[in-house]
Design a protein around this ligand. Structure first.
Ligand SMILES: C[S@@+](CC[C@H](N)C(=O)[O-])C[C@H]1O[C@@H](n2cnc3c(N)ncnc32)[C@H](O)[C@@H]1O
Length: 328
């Protein structure tokens, strides 16, 4: 079957990495920065729903070629959809979501979906969610086979701090970092990174530090829901006053929202400390606004660190970079 995996901008390659690590055999038909169209056997659908780097999962029902003449186009739409007329229970409630489809065309497609499938359309969530997108000079008609919520909204999230990271980014950082046994998140906040790390890399353990007692106290609820209290060690305190040694991987989302100069100072202070704490084969993975990374890039040489991987994406309208550093 053909499946569309949607992710955040530029993370398509990370999704492919995740599929490979999870041993899901796929045939990639198309890939752009945010979507992948793959051919995959039906038996893997359950596993696809567990992917940590995907925001939406859709199954392609059919593709309708675009025909310039409106009357002709309407006929083609009706004929193509009729083959699938038993796809939904008649009378079901359907929500149609579109991407890159012009209004006039969308009206025709929606009208025919309603007519052929004998369904009732809704603006909110219905029994089914159909996606229509312009693709390859035609229209792909797909159905949501992920969860009711977008997949980045994790079922285990009882508590979310104000600065909490998108779990898709936390999972991406975990994949970029790789599997290690001694892992530290020195600015753990609501524990998004530690949680996504231990969910992704089975049988691992993460040490966490945060200065905010209240945030940590509430974040423990998420660990309880997941039943992973034993996989995360929590320490409340100022990371800059605690000494660590022999850490294999430091993976973190340092404080945001500071002025550029203060951010740069904080990052350099963090990187200097982190570079002393990691073992020779260790790594540091962190996420930052791309404009901050531009400013600290030059200083890495002095800290004896080098960039071995970097992924740029967009989060909440801001360009962010995920960077992996090792000792030179
Ligand atoms: C950007 S937030 C991390 C968010 C986290 N990734 C999440 O998903 O909730 C940065 C965190 O660093 C913590 N912090 C700030 N200064 C700190 C310090 N000196 N030592 C330890 N934690 C600190 C803040 O309390 C905040 O929770």
């Amino acid at each position: 079957m053909l499946v569309i995996l949607e992710t955040l901008p530029n993370l398509d390659k990370i999704v492919l990495k995740e599929l490979a690590i999870r041993n899901v055999p796929v045939n990639v038909k198309y890939s752009d920065q945010t979507s992948l169209i793959i051919e995959v056997s039906e038996e893997y659908v359950k596993l696809l729903r567990k992917l940590q780097t995907v925001t939406r999962l859709e199954r392609c029902i059919t593709w309708i070629p675009y025909v310039n003449d409106i009357k002709e186009f309407r006929k083609v739409v009706r004929k193509t959809l009729r083959e699938y007329s038993d796809y939904f229970e008649h009378g079901s409630i359907v929500n149609v979501v579109s991407r890159d489809v012009r209004d006039k065309i969308l009206k025709i497609l929606i009208r025919e979906i309603e007519r052929v499938f004998k369904c009732r359309l809704t603006r909110s969530r219905g029994d089914y969610e159909i996606y229509v997108r312009f693709f390859n000079r035609g229209f792909l008609i797909c159905i949501n086979i992920g969860s009711i919520q977008p997949l980045y909204r994790r079922w285990y999230t009882v508590y979310k701090s104000r600065a909490s990271l998108n779990p898709i980014l936390a999972a991406t950082m975990s994949i970029i970092a790789g599997r290690y046994d001694v892992v530290l998140d020195p600015f753990a906040g609501s524990l998004t990174i530690p949680i996504e790390y231990v969910r992704f890399w089975k049988n691992t353990h993460v040490k966490c530090v945060d200065i905010e007692y209240e945030v940590l106290k509430k974040s423990i609820l998420n660990l309880k829901v997941l039943d992973i209290l034993d996989k995360v060690d929590i320490l409340c305190g100022d990371y800059f006053k605690i000494r660590f040694r022999d850490i294999e991987c430091i993976i973190t989302d340092p404080p945001r929202g500071l002025r550029l100069r203060s951010s740069i100072e904080l990052y350099l202070k963090f990187l200097q400390k982190a570079s002393w704490e990691i073992v020779d084969y260790g790594c540091i993975v962190f996420i930052t606004f791309s404009k901050i990374f531009k400013n600290i890039g030059r200083e890495l040489q002095k800290l004896n660190l080098e960039v071995v991987d970097r992924v740029d994406t967009v989060q909440g309208g801001y360009k962010v970079s995920i960077v992996k550093l090792v000792r030179k």
